[in-house]
Design a protein around this ligand. Structure first.
Ligand code: SAH
Length: 361
């Protein structure tokens, strides 16, 4: 297999040569074919609360942003949204995401997870993306049935991390990731790309970090300046750099799952889907947040107005077409590349995401 070291990764990230970029994407596509094969997974995310106590400098839902209309979905609404996604649309993996919102205490979260996992007709993996909680809480939530976490480290540069997160430090964030892994969670994490003050060297480190953390999913996307945040006036991340980061991650950490994130589509439009899909990526994450809440989950401006990333019959159909036209196929279940027991899925998981044609029947 082709080996990339830190020096060649840095050189490729800095290169402006279109031929070199083409070569990089082609190689990443070949490695993807050899390792994770043709399957492309479509996952769903439910953004259940935009209340947040944190001070992350880049994030539009940060606590001090008083201009935002805040919402909290009730546990019943979260359960119903999740069960509909699994039973009607055929999703196999769902991310439940929120700001740092203590209203959802351990008991409420247990209730939600159990209600989803105990429905015998709903076989799925539940991922949590709820921020910093202590070891015992994550252990309890694992016992309740959660099996994954989406928890970005945002940058592997400790000084930059501290500047952007006055209320946390990188070591603490990584400690959380490590104990989540120790408990047994599949971990999804990665950097924001194009943060003010971020260097190419630190982006290279981010890729090796993802590998060394043994992540199940490398989740990365461009920084997009959000109004009413300390970084509102900064430049957004560069699309080409994100594309190269995806391709290099495929070369350096070949078996990892790499989703195409909403932020990348927001900046790059539809064309970026095909570029990323044929340059190392192998998953999508569609938005399942109920329409009345969606537009207030504004971690960056207009996030949930990106129609291509919102679940609808048309979106799934379009996505399925795109996936086939790239010579690939929609993944059935979580995929075959992880060792999970049947109970993790609450039974077997043999049916794929329901296409709109099937749903109309
Ligand atoms: N509270 C959870 C979820 C945070 S929001 C947690 O702490 O993990 C989910 C992710 O959105 C963040 O981890 C960050 O990487 C991304 N994000 C936030 N603001 C952003 C922005 N302005 N541009 C692009 N991505 C952003």
């Amino acid at each position: 297999m082709y080996k990339v070291n830190e020096i060649s990764a840095k050189r490729l990230l800095e290169s402006d040569d279109p031929e070199e970029l083409k070569g990089l994407l082609k190689l990443a596509d070949a490695v993807r074919e050899e390792t994770v094969r043709q399957q492309v997974c479509i996952h769903g995310i439910i953004e259940f609360s935009n209340h947040c106590q944190s001070l992350c400098a880049y994030c539009g839902i940060r606590g001090p942003n008083k201009t935002l209309q805040r919402y909290q979905m009730s546990p019943e609404e979260i359960r119903d949204t999740a069960l509909t996604a699994v039973k009607v649309s055929g999703y196999k993996m769902l991310v439940l995401q929120s700001g740092e919102d203590p209203w959802y205490d351990t008991d409420r979260l247990i209730w939600i997870i159990r209600k989803i996992k105990s429905d015998q007709a709903a076989k799925c993996l539940v991922f949590l993306s709820i921020g910093n909680r202590d070891y015992e809480t994550y252990e309890t939530l694992y016992r309740a049935g959660a099996r994954g976490v989406l928890f970005r480290f945002e940058t592997s540069d400790p000084d930059l991390y501290k500047k952007l997160h006055p209320d946390c430090n990188l070591e603490e964030r990584l400690e959380h990731l490590r104990y989540m892994k120790e408990i047994g969670y599949l971990t999804a994490s990665g950097p924001l790309i194009g943060l003010p003050g971020q260097t190419i060297d630190s982006l290279v480190q981010d890729i090796f970090f993802m590998r060394d953390l043994g992540l199940a999913m490398a989740s990365m996307g461009p920084f997009i300046p959000a109004p009413n945040t300390p970084l509102a006036g900064e430049k957004p991340g560069d699309i080409k750099t994100v594309i190269k980061m995806i391709a290099l991650t495929r070369l350096i950490y070949p078996h990892v799952r790499i989703p195409i994130t909403t932020a990348l589509e927001k900046l790059g439009g539809m064309a970026v889907r095909r570029t990323a899909l044929t340059g190392g990526a192998n998953a999508f994450m569609l938005n399942l947040t109920p329409a009345q809440y969606r537009e207030n989950y504004d971690i960056y401006p207009g996030k949930n107005l990106v129609k291509t990333h919102i679940h609808s019959l048309e979106t799934v159909e379009e996505l399925t077409k795109l996936i086939s036209s790239c010579g690939r196929r929609v993944c059935k279940g979580w995929g075959t590349d992880f060792t999970l027991t049947k109970e993790d899925f609450n039974g077997s998981c043999n049916t794929g995401l329901t296409s709109s044609r099937e749903m109309r029947q």
